[in-house]
Design a binder for this molecule. Structure first.
Ligand SMILES: [Ca+2]
Length: 387
């Protein structure tokens, strides 16, 4: 979880209660014109000072505990607790991960009821015959005598089948009321699977906190993956976060061009691989979103790509001008992108800053500092404060 849950569940619950919505045929209530932000240039002015706090081996995700320390995952499989001064403590009891390319230990999120249940959630690609399958785990974080460990580890959701393919997705977000968990699942580099309603590929799933299936999902009555599906037609979603107004936003990587920022609405189909604002890596074209209005178009897209990763909304006090904005870490772009929202389902890239490193994840501390992690063998944990 990248931002604190806000107090109110707004349209998400209302939309879910509105009844069954057929994938791909739902009328679009929000039809913001897609804007290509791909040719925007980094701002020369960086209004922040950047301090390196610690380094990690291919860190993937950061999440704040209520006491201000951070959980940090490393893709090869380790989980750490880090203080804001850079002291690191490895958490024992992690499961084995299938570490290969984009696969490994992925996201980590703190239970909305952490103070009471001490639970954390994390995603990883679990070793299985034929490669690995995305898995969602819940466990209690225990600390005593200077040691940290997991207890009661429970894998509450598993992808089937396994694959050697990358593009796992694996990002976790909690609904603002803390009652549901949203999980992104990538296409594992098998594009057609994103449109198969019976495969947990290319989807956003909505689950109860114990991994069971909510009865008010759009296809709850249909069982299996369908019952868990909130949206479909995604490629490789690496960013998922609720805005302060309760809207859910997702970023996903396109192929050659066509990275997307999507407003997530239940039951919708986001088109991959039938439509994209990018083309295949071999140069063969893919029909554009504009040719198939039954698929939900991105609000912002990037051609050429930035390779968007972690997404976090800003509500802090250190940078008042950024309140209500979101940040996206850029891997190919090697920097940070700020998105501004119009409060009506529209969004624009407001500015970006070149940092010279692949930015994997973003989180906001309770004091309003912005924290970043780099996707590198010795990736830095960075703290941004006003210059
Ligand atoms: Ca799309």
């Amino acid at each position: 979880m990248k931002t604190k849950p806000s107090a109110f569940l707004t349209f998400i619950g209302a939309a879910a209660l509105a009844g069954t919505v057929l994938l791909a045929s739902a009328p679009a209530t929000v039809r913001a014109a897609s804007e290509n932000a791909g040719r925007n240039q980094p701002s020369a002015d960086q209004p922040f000072a950047m301090a390196s706090v610690a380094t990690f081996e291919y860190p993937w995700a950061i999440a704040f505990l209520p006491d201000g320390r951070l959980l940090v995952t490393e893709k090869p499989g380790k989980l750490f607790i880090a203080t804001q001064k850079g002291e690191k403590k490895e958490v024992a009891g992690m499961p084995k991960v299938y570490y290969s390319g984009q696969n490994g230990l992925l996201d980590v999120a703190v239970s909305p009821a952490f103070v009471r249940d001490r639970s954390i959630y994390f995603t990883f690609v679990e070793p299985q015959r034929g490669g690995g399958a995305l898995a969602l785990a819940r466990a209690q974080l225990r600390e005593s005598g200077g040691m940290a460990s997991l207890s009661g580890l429970d894998i509450i959701w598993r992808q089937n089948p396994a694959s050697k393919g990358g593009q796992p997705g694996g990002v976790i977000a909690f609904s603002p009321d803390g009652q549901h968990l949203f999980l992104t699942v990538g296409d594992r580099q098998q594009p057609q699977t994103a449109q198969d309603p019976d495969l947990a590929r290319g989807k956003v799933l909505r689950l109860n906190l114990d991994g069971s299936t909510p009865k008010d999902n759009p296809m709850a009555g249909q069982g299996g993956v369908k019952a868990q599906t909130w949206t479909t037609g995604h490629r490789n979603p690496y960013g998922l976060a609720f805005a302060p107004d309760g809207r859910l936003w997702l970023d996903e990587m396109g192929p050659r061009g066509g990275d997307e920022l999507n407003l997530i609405q239940p039951g919708r189909n986001y088109g991959w691989p039938i439509v994209s604002n990018g083309d295949n890596y071999n140069g063969t074209p893919i029909p554009r979103h504009s040719t198939r209005p039954e698929f939900q178009a991105p609000v912002v897209y990037w051609t050429p790509v930035i390779a968007p990763a972690g997404l976090a909304f800003y509500e802090g006090s250190m940078f008042p001008a950024w309140r209500g904005s979101a940040f996206i870490g850029g891997l190919v772009e090697q920097g940070l992108v700020r998105i501004a929202f119009d409060g009506k389902g529209g969004a624009k890239e407001a500015e970006r800053w070149a940092l010279g490193h692949r930015i994997r994840d973003v989180a906001v501390a309770s004091d309003g500092a912005v924290w970043l992690i780099e996707d590198e063998a010795q990736g830095r944990l960075l703290r941004l404060t006003p210059r």
